[in-house]
Design a protein around this ligand. Structure first.
Ligand SMILES: C[S@@+](CC[C@H](N)C(=O)[O-])C[C@H]1O[C@@H](n2cnc3c(N)ncnc32)[C@H](O)[C@@H]1O
Length: 376
């Protein structure tokens, strides 16, 4: 259902989903628990964030001194450039300024800066935000925002879903630190997966039980249980945080059972009662359909769900590859017997398959991993 949600968000190019303050706070706290100075002396850029809408700006502005920040730069996207128009009304915060422009408020982005005490109360907080219209519409790809990106140390935001690939490329090109919300399926993108494999990107702490709830401003048609009209929150099940900043959970190895223990005690019917794990027909690896069913005593390669990355500890496992797109062919997955395709027309060369009851089966998207060292 939530996948359908994200799909709809893409087809309608609806990028207007706003992150909740508590989710930002929970995520950032995890980096601080690991290194309390992670933001100290740093310039943070929030490049898709209008303070009147964005809790990212609120969070960093309210915690400016606590985090020891040097500067916050928050930029917003012009209402008229948005794919998905929201009825727009400038707020008092903007209209009281002598430089308020009824035209620019629609066609230009805005830049908000927090770096000094302007109210004279000897504190730097949200009341000290200064703003101006940008020259352009605030598109993160523009020269203007690119320059701000280059000035920043850390980029944090929930970017437009419809431009996620481009946004990540834009972040990586600048070689900055980042904490970015995205769709878990992005793990398998050809631009993203190699970075994950090389430990240049990993998943952050994540949302409560994997469910992310974003605020919307305009009600649309959603399936039952997806949208709550009392809170204006829409539920997404496959969102995660992508980052290159370290956090503690990343170094906690998974507590796993041996193969024999899994066959005896696994909570999954597909594992409990078996005598062995299924071996793929076209690659030397076993199929492990659940992360908590990874056997602790198998030294070979294992195909695991992509959600494994949420629990991935680089000291415990190494990532060998993935089997989406052309990656499988690069890994040397042997083509299958053409006769098998008659039995299962969804089979594709370059993807894993295994035999079950005489039928070729294709697993869901898999990441191939191997145990690194035994962690006691
Ligand atoms: C998913 S929303 C998140 C907003 C905010 N970051 C938050 O988390 O509450 C993405 C925002 O990016 C804006 N946006 C869309 N295209 C953009 C672009 N090319 N450059 C900058 N911002 C863009 C959208 O209008 C939208 O407000």
């Amino acid at each position: 259902m939530a996948n359908a949600n994200l799909f709809n968000a893409k087809t309608a190019k609806n990028d207007e989903f706003y992150t909740q303050y508590a989710d930002i706070q929970k995520e950032i706290n995890d980096y601080l628990d690991y290194d309390s100075n992670v933001f100290r002396g740093k310039t943070v850029l929030l490049p898709c964030d209008d303070p009147e809408w964005s809790n990212f700006t609120k969070f960093f502005a309210q915690n400016f001194e606590l985090l020891g920040l040097k500067k916050i730069i928050s930029t917003s996207y012009a209402p008229e450039s948005k794919n998905y128009k929201i009825p727009y009304q400038p707020t008092l915060f903007e209209t009281v300024q002598p430089y308020y422009s009824p035209d620019k408020t629609k066609t230009n982005g805005k830049i908000f800066i927090l770096e000094r005490d302007i109210t004279g109360d000897n504190r730097i907080n949200i009341d000290d935000l200064e703003w101006q219209y940008l020259e352009g519409d605030g598109d993160f790809r523009s020269k203007e925002i690119r320059q701000l990106r280059n000035e920043a140390d850390i980029i944090v935001t929930n970017p437009p879903f419809s431009l996620f690939r481009e946004f990540m490329a834009w972040v990586m090109e600048a070689e900055k630190q980042f904490i970015i919300i995205g769709n878990m399926n992005a793990i398998t993108y050809k631009e993203i997966f190699p970075l994950i494999k090389e430990n240049r990107i990993w998943l952050g702490n994540g949302f409560n039980h994997g469910n992310a709830y974003f605020r919307i401003e305009i009600q649309r048609e959603y399936a039952d249980g997806v949208y709550d009209e009392n809170t204006n929150l829409v539920k997404f099940r496959n969102c995660c945080w992508f980052t290159n900043i370290d956090h503690g959970r990343r170094h906690q190895p998974l507590q796993l059972m041996t193969m024999a223990e899994n066959f005896k005690h696994s909570k999954h019917k597909g594992v409990r009662g078996r005598k062995e794990y299924i071996h793929y027909e076209n690659y030397d690896a076993i199929e492990v359909p659940f992360t908590d069913a990874i056997p602790s005593d198998y030294d070979g390669i294992m195909g695991v769900p992509i959600s494994f990355l949420d629990k991935y500890c680089p000291e415990q496992f190494e990532i060998i590859g993935q089997t989406q797109g052309d990656s499988g062919k690069e890994l040397g997955l042997t083509p299958f017997d053409r006769e098998l395709k008659k039995l299962n027309p969804s089979l594709r060369d370059g993807q894993l398959y295994y035999m079950e009851n005489g039928f070729p089966q294709k697993p869901f998207a898999r990441i191939l991993i191997r145990k690194k060292t035994v962690i006691k």
